[in-house]
Design a protein around this ligand. Structure first.
Ligand SMILES: [Zn+2]
Length: 87
């Protein structure tokens, strides 16, 4: 037989306080739209998961810059996913 007692524990959960643009470093205001961008490639076989990068992007202008960076990327099997999202 096991006997239990109660012990108070404090725990922390993560809450989102701020989203900043990964290009211009400006804060993306709450309730405004922004872009979630994922880039990566399949050049490394199973290790290709390490190539996946996620970006939060504040505006069309920053998205254009990110897309240009993507075009300059030299990997053979590169991909980009762009999703418009609300903060
Ligand atoms: Zn930006």
């Amino acid at each position: 037989m096991k006997k239990y007692d109660k012990e108070e524990v404090t725990c922390f959960k993560e809450i989102l306080v701020e989203t900043t643009c990964d290009l211009c470093k400006q804060e993306i205001p709450t309730d405004s739209y922004y872009y979630e961008v994922i880039t990566g490639h399949n050049d490394w076989g199973h290790d290709s998961v390490d190539s996946i990068e996620k970006f939060d992007i504040c505006s069309d202008e920053c998205l254009k810059k990110k897309f240009n960076e993507y075009l300059e990327e030299s990997s053979k099997t590169k991909y980009i996913e762009i999703e418009k999202s609300q903060n």
